[in-house]
Design a protein around this ligand. Structure first.
Ligand SMILES: C[S@@+](CC[C@H](N)C(=O)[O-])C[C@H]1O[C@@H](n2cnc3c(N)ncnc32)[C@H](O)[C@@H]1O
Length: 211
């Protein structure tokens, strides 16, 4: 498979293509389904595991976003940790969306919505965003995507992005700092196993109450 094919494969996987994978999520061994044509179908990606280990607990309520959900490890984690929140697993790959929805159903997580980017209601704002973003799509596409979603963080909310150091984590950090404007502050939350976890915080205005 072409290295980037998983970003564009459209059709849900057939029953023959799907297979079970046992992974540890939120301290529990669970069995999920994955398939060829999605990101890292044979294991929990190392960058994703760094992200999940380093992030603080998500808000308990509201709308939470996993940008680029793949087969769903981040969405499933958010939905498990915040059962009263609505977790949006967003991806351009319909096979990935189908797997995330199936995995949410397997784990009896009723608070997961899967969606292509354009189908997420435009007025939704997110209490947090967790993402292992698609770096390999190239800088221009990645930057557009981040500029589309990060401003949809609620004031007081923080986005957490895991990026491989060798794939430009530090230049992305600098770009975010220079691009998002004074209401946003980007910092490095953690550095482990060749990955950085960047935190993008949306400041409250002086007269603003947290949502
Ligand atoms: C590095 S993978 C992470 C997948 C999953 N979160 C994980 O940790 O295993 C990035 C994901 O972003 C998706 N993606 C690519 N372009 C996107 C876009 N414009 N909007 C949303 N997701 C996108 C890819 O299809 C892929 O599933």
């Amino acid at each position: 498979m072409n290295e980037q094919e998983h970003y564009f494969t459209a059709d849900p996987a057939s029953a023959q293509q799907r297979r079970e994978l046992a992974v540890d999520l939120v301290g529990r061994r669970v069995t999920v389904e994955t398939a060829p044509g999605v990101f890292c179908p044979d294991r929990l990606d190392l960058g994703t595991s760094v992200l999940l280990r380093e992030v603080p607990d998500p808000p308990e309520h509201g709308d939470l976003l996993d940008l680029g959900c793949g087969w769903g490890p981040v969405t499933l984690t958010l939905a498990t940790l915040s059962p009263e929140a609505t977790v949006w697993g967003v991806d351009v790959n319909r096979r990935a969306l189908d797997l995330t929805a199936r995995n949410a159903a397997r784990l009896a997580l009723e608070n997961v919505r899967t969606s292509e980017p354009d189908d997420v209601p435009g007025d939704l704002r997110f209490g947090t965003i967790w993402s292992n973003p698609p770096i390999r799509v190239g800088k221009a596409v990645l930057h557009d995507m981040l500029l589309q979603w990060l401003p949809r963080l609620l004031p007081g909310g923080t986005a957490y992005l895991v990026v491989q150091k060798n794939l430009g984590a530090d230049s992305l950090h600098a770009w975010l700092g220079g691009t998002l404007g004074s209401r946003f502050a980007t910092s490095r939350l953690a550095s482990a196993k060749g990955f950085r976890v960047l935190a993008v915080h949306h400041h409250l205005a002086p007269d603003e109450e947290p949502a």
